[in-house]
Design a protein around this ligand. Structure first.
Ligand code: GLC
Length: 610
């Protein structure tokens, strides 16, 4: 067959034949460029057309401009794509972003509960449907690829990323990987294990992260060191990846953390011998953001050393994301000098091309604009509201279990709504929302708890909102009850590492001051369990863990006012004191305030555990 017939351009040819044909036509620079992922702020037409850079990402909060519309995202990404298609071989880029609880970089997108709340639902089907909805909103904006799901097993809530983990329990995390078949589509029976699968133009390329053991580090220190024998490491942290591969996960992101002192980004045994050889992963291993640079930091070794050790360990695509010329220059040297074998480069590029062919990017490189209006649409917000309802965990209901406090009366005469988190959509969504770390305030379209209460109560009910009630707030005012909403600020990654885990701003004083005067429901907005002092717990009438529920606050009032019963079960152990940590179900000395699997119901009164 003549070389003029380009197999790779023919969608009727087998994917592996297209991969091999295209690879055989590529120069060393084109191959290394395909292994390079750059941040959009440095993506020039030179990089895309002349160098044939393979991938672009939007880092947390990095979009076209503030409050950009879905069409603005599609315009931006299609412009990059058109530059890439002008390259010598016309290889399309794959554009990625962190859509980790909805398309959270995009203003107005549906923001679902963070993974810890989804773990509380135990609902495999719900999580799959959330994946499907998220994929639709992501593709509607032109993005092809999300760095989700995080399948960490968070063993210590002092870890700043515990809310990105579905649970401390491996089996719960394994079940929740069903989000992958929502994001990518459900592979047909017989789909080969470990081979990437993407159903079509309403599905996205997904990314299981962070391989492996990110949630098992000493004292929960982010990017720290997980110290445990391989058998335990395998049983606790590796197991969810087996489920990811069986669902055709297309990419796996290496963890910043280490295992027994070996940094994952340069661990050949785990990245290649286990993930690729033993488990049979045929997709892309991608580095984390500046993951190679962090290999160098402690030793001060040069970047070239870090490129060599990570690529040879099994990293296929490098989220550089800024110094791509340096990365290319050093990589060319390492291959030409024989340090990195060409066979390793070819394997990496084959994996990248495979995912791009599987995702249909060669046939459909540009955005399908027919569903731009699904971003933040009503049906997705209803789905998010369902998820909120099912994620809530009722920890206390009444000072006397025979006199339950919930459900609340929607026709009460006067209700006090108080607390820093009662009317703050930013805090309600948490980290990875609009910006990398997230923030308080009116950051996107949604329904706060206060909005939801006002929309739920009878028209004769007076709702009074005081963020910080004072003594005067109660003078000559009889409140039927108070709803006090407190919790954590928005945070991400190491900024969330916390060794004290107290309710911030000393808001326990606020809770106590209200609860001393009025029957009080406390709603805790947090990414993890926090210290609940006995004197606080006994003063309040009811306590609900709402996790980081996202934009649909009505999911909370649906339940606390009794339209739905509670279903949520703790996905993590609720400790009494931080000096007990780490403490997980199954430990010999297990003495929690509330155990893994705890959750009350209206009518049962007694606790439910799995
Ligand atoms: C971050 C995170 C990772 C994320 C990546 C891109 O540092 O560790 O989870 O996908 O960078 O934003």
């Amino acid at each position: 067959m003549s070389r003029n017939y380009m197999i790779y351009k023919n969608p009727n040819e087998a994917i592996e034949a297209r991969v091999k044909d295209l690879l055989s036509r590529m120069t060393l620079i084109e191959k290394l460029a395909q292994m390079t992922q750059i941040e959009k702020t440095v993506a020039t037409s030179y990089a895309l057309t002349e160098l044939s850079i393979g991938s672009i990402l939007s880092g947390g909060g990095s979009g076209p401009f503030q409050r950009a519309a879905p069409s603005d995202w599609a315009d931006m990404i299609d412009a990059f794509q058109k530059s890439a298609l002008k390259s010598r071989l016309g290889i399309p880029i794959i554009y990625g972003t962190d859509a980790v609880h909805g398309h959270n970089n995009v203003y107005g997108a549906t923001i679902f509960p963070h993974n810890v709340g989804l773990g509380a639902t135990r609902d495999v089907d719900l999580v799959q449907r959330i994946g499907t909805a998220t994929a639709l909103e992501v593709r509607a904006t032109g993005v092809h690829y999300t760095f989700a799901p995080c399948v960490a097993v968070c063993r210590d809530p002092r870890w700043g990323r515990c809310y990105e983990s579905f649970s401390e329990d491996t089996e719960i995390v394994r079940k929740m990987t069903s989000v992958i078949s929502g994001l990518q589509g459900l592979p047909p029976p017989g789909h080969p294990n470990g081979y990437p699968y993407v159903a079509g133009r309403t599905s996205v390329v997904a990314c299981a992260k962070h391989f492996v053991g990110d949630g098992g580090t000493y004292r929960g220190i982010n990017e720290g060191n997980a110290v445990l024998p391989f058998d335990d490491f395998d049983k606790i942290h590796m197991a969810p990846y087996v489920d990811c591969l069986s669902q055709g996960i297309s990419t796996v992101m290496a963890s910043y953390s280490s295992w027994n002192g070996s940094k994952l980004h340069s661990d050949y045994f785990l990245l290649t011998q286990i993930l690729k050889d033993k488990l049979g992963f045929k997709g892309i291993v991608i580095s984390d953001w500046e993951g190679l640079d962090r290999l160098c930091r402690p030793h001060g070794s040069d970047y070239r050393y870090c490129i060599s050790s990570s690529i040879k360990a099994g990293v296929d695509m490098v989220m550089v994301p800024f110094r791509y010329e340096k990365f290319l220059e050093d990589s060319i040297h390492l291959v030409e000098s024989g340090d990195i074998p060409m066979a390793r480069i070819d394997d990496a590029v084959e994996r990248i091309l495979r995912v791009k062919f599987v995702a249909g990017l060669f046939e459909h490189p540009l955005t399908d604009r027919t569903f731009l209006d699904v971003v933040g649409c009503k049906s997705h917000r209803e789905l998010a509201r369902e998820a909120v309802r099912k994620s809530l965990v009722l920890l206390k209901n009444g000072k006397d279990s025979k006199k339950p406090f919930l459900p609340l009366h929607r026709n009460a005469s006067r209700i006090l709504v108080a607390g820093r988190h009662a009317n703050d959509i930013g805090y309600q969504c948490g980290g990875w929302t609009i910006t990398w770390h997230g923030s308080g305030g009116n950051i996107t379209r949604g329904t706060t708890v206060l909005d939801a209460v006002k929309a739920t109560v009878g028209d004769k009910t007076e709702v009074i909102y005081e963020q910080y009630p004072t003594q005067n707030s109660f003078t000559n005012k009889d409140f039927s009850f108070a709803i006090v909403v407190v919790g954590e600020v928005a945070y991400a990654e190491s900024l969330g590492d916390d060794s004290e885990l107290k309710i911030p701003f000393n808001d326990t004083e606020l809770v106590k001051s209200v609860a001393e005067k009025v029957p009080t429901l406390v709603i805790l907005i947090s990414g993890r369990p926090l210290v609940l002092a006995p004197e606080v717990l006994e003063k309040i009438d009811a306590l609900v863990a709402a996790w980081l529920p996202g934009t649909e606050g009505k999911g909370i009032t649906d339940v606390v006012f009794g339209d739905y019963d509670f279903e949520g079960l703790l996905p993590v152990t609720w400790f009494k004191r931080v000096d007990q940590l780490p403490m997980n179900a199954g430990d010999q000395s297990y003495d929690p305030l509330f155990p893994l699997g705890f959750g009350l119901r209206f009518n049962s009164g007694s606790q439910q555990t799995e």
